[in-house]
Design a binder for this molecule. Structure first.
Ligand SMILES: Cc1cc2nc3c(=O)[nH]c(=O)nc-3n(C[C@H](O)[C@H](O)[C@H](O)COP(=O)(O)O)c2cc1C
Length: 194
């Protein structure tokens, strides 16, 4: 492993980084080259069996409004009593950030590698993508929301029945100062076995 020349700035980044909120995110988003770099970093994660059991679906530009219209129709089908305000929110969900990356877990039964471990690897991809975006000066938030769980919405996004959405990573620039959240008391989570 190559030693870091600047350990202190990496540690201070890791100790202080926090997510933005998709509710207050704006452009500009990453360029194609920057996004390619983020995705390359995202896939540099532990992967038992080297199965690469994940893939990405990217929503940018006009695709965000287009997918939003389909989400809206699906939401109306599921919740016929909901009014225009909710439907408009659903239609514009993916327009809250310039770039949204769906990290899709493609885990499947394998003779040696449990599905759980393959899914954990997808979670590692999702978080490494958040870290890469933040390290490159963007804000990001790992979301799921109903679209990650509803069969109709998954179909709209092109996610197959045997796949799962590990995360929808919203990437952009925070339009309001980031607020930190209370962090867990680590000491209370640790037990030295004896
Ligand atoms: C799998 C997963 C799904 C999440 N889905 C949502 C979501 O749908 N909506 C939401 O507000 N936060 C969601 N979060 C939490 C956000 O990522 C939140 O901003 C995070 O707790 C703050 O993270 P930070 O430690 O990076 O500041 C999710 C987190 C994870 C790990």
């Amino acid at each position: 492993m190559t030693a870091l020349n600047d350990t202190s700035s990496l540690l201070s980044f890791l100790k202080s980084r926090k997510s933005a909120s998709a509710k207050a995110m704006a452009g500009p988003g990453p360029s194609k080259a920057e996004l390619d770099e983020m995705l390359a970093i995202a896939t540099r994660i532990p992967d038992h069996g080297k199965l690469a059991p994940w893939r990405f679906v990217i929503f940018e530009g006009e695709a965000r409004a287009k997918v939003g219209e389909s989400f809206k129709a699906r939401w109306a089908e599921l919740n016929p009593a909901h009014g225009a305000e909710t439907l408009n929110f659903v239609a514009r969900m993916f327009e809250r950030a310039p770039t949204i990356v769906a990290v899709v877990s493609t885990a499947s039964v394998h003779p040696k590698i449990p599905v759980w471990e393959q899914q954990l690897s997808a979670a590692a991809v999702a978080f490494n993508l958040v870290l890469a975006a933040q390290a490159m000066g963007y804000d990001a938030q790992w979301m799921t929301d109903w679209v990650a769980y509803d069969a109709g919405a998954l179909k709209i996004m092109g996610v197959a029945e045997n796949e799962k959405v590990a995360g929808l990573i919203y990437i952009g620039h925070a339009s309001a100062p980031l607020e930190d959240r209370p962090r867990p008391d680590v000491a209370g989570l640790v037990k030295y076995w004896s």
